[in-house]
Design a protein around this ligand. Structure first.
Ligand SMILES: Nc1ncnc2c1ncn2[C@@H]1O[C@H](COP(=O)(O)OP(=O)(O)OP(=O)(O)O)[C@@H](O)[C@H]1O
Ligand SMILES: [Mg+2]
Length: 299
């Protein structure tokens, strides 16, 4: 184990009291593995710790948290200059962990830690919105003020992944289709959209496979639009039997432009972004990530 590359674990503060994790880290250190640990308190902390990791020269920065933590760590990593940019490892400790789950990252602490520290590093894509905000997993968009707001923290803490489903049902009444226009390479669609999913990865919202064919190293974004008149039964059929649904538009492109006469809220790996026009582009091979050898998201 002493030959394992040095790591810095960025632990989302929500998980700071995890005693099993503390034991696992001490055990690794006893075996000679160099692993620093930093704990976040709010947005922005992860970015500073990524810079520190880079200055320390560690080979791996481990994102210990959920999709939001992975988002912050990966976004900060792609901004680092030079050649010695650390690789990203993933320790799934969030509520939904959509990216980690769909990537096949083990959900047991020991296995996930081993993979994060010493797994095979693969170049993966990241998506950038309006030249600024990034997402590594998925952007989901919809109309209505509350549709993509984050599941309340208390509900998440009490119910875990199920809370997304419940919260989703609670806010169904706010779902309403609205006009929008979407362009991409060889792609143009205009109509009434209910939900828009643009994926680098495949699933969001605690297991909803919005872009089932997406790969994180194909240089492409996968688009799925749920169209229709906003009747709830339609979206349930659509989610359960997508192949039979007339309410689905699919597309792939290295970029998409979405514009609408009314405000859309996009949820980028769990963080909201509102606006009327979005340009989303893929940045191919933007960072390296330690993933399982049989990762279903790799081509
Ligand atoms: N100490 C802390 N306490 C509460 N929130 C924190 C803390 N540190 C960072 N955050 C915030 O946590 C959010 C990211 O949480 P993350 O997505 O990792 O977990 P999650 O939402 O529970 O999991 P998932 O997104 O997989 O469902 C960010 O908005 C970040 O600013
Ligand atoms: Mg989150």
């Amino acid at each position: 184990m002493t030959n394992f590359p040095a790591s810095l674990l960025i632990l989302n503060g929500k998980n700071a009291g995890d005693e099993l994790l503390r034991e696992a880290i001490y055990m690794l250190r006893n075996e000679g593995v160099l692993i620093h640990v930093r704990v976040t308190w709010e947005k922005g902390d992860a970015e500073r710790y990524v810079e520190e990791a880079w200055r320390l020269g560690v080979e791996t920065v481990i994102a210990g948290g959920g999709d939001g933590t992975i988002n912050e760590v990966s976004t900060a990593l792609i901004q680092l200059p030079g050649e010695n940019v650390p690789v990203m490892g993933i320790l799934p400790l969030g509520t939904a962990n959509d990216f980690a789950t769909s990537a096949g990252v083990p959900d047991t602490l020991d296995k996930a830690l081993k993979l994060a520290i010493a797994g095979n590093a693969v170049a993966v894509d990241i998506a950038r919105v309006n030249n600024k905000t990034c997402f590594i997993n998925m952007a989901t968009g919809g109309f209505g003020p509350r549709i993509t707001s984050e599941t309340p923290e208390k509900l998440k803490a009490a119910l875990g992944g199920v809370s997304y489903l419940i919260h989703g049902l609670m806010r169904m009444d706010t779902l309403r289709p609205d006009r929008c226009e979407i362009r991409g390479e060889n792609f143009h669609w205009q109509g009434d959209a209910l939900v828009i999913g643009i994926g680098n990865g495949r699933q969001a919202g605690g297991g909803q496979q919005l872009c089932p064919d997406a790969l994180i190293n194909d240089g492409l974004l996968h688009l799925r639009v749920f169209t229709g008149d906003g009747l709830l039964p339609a979206i349930f059929t659509t989610l359960t039997q997508p192949e039979d649904s007339p309410n689905i538009i699919d597309g792939t492109s290295s970029w998409f432009e979405v514009s609408a006469p009314h405000e859309i809220t996009f949820n980028l790996d769990g963080e909201p972004l509102r606006g009327q026009s979005f340009r989303i582009e893929i940045l191919p091979n933007a960072l390296r990530c330690r993933l399982p050898p049989d990762c279903p998201l790799l081509r």
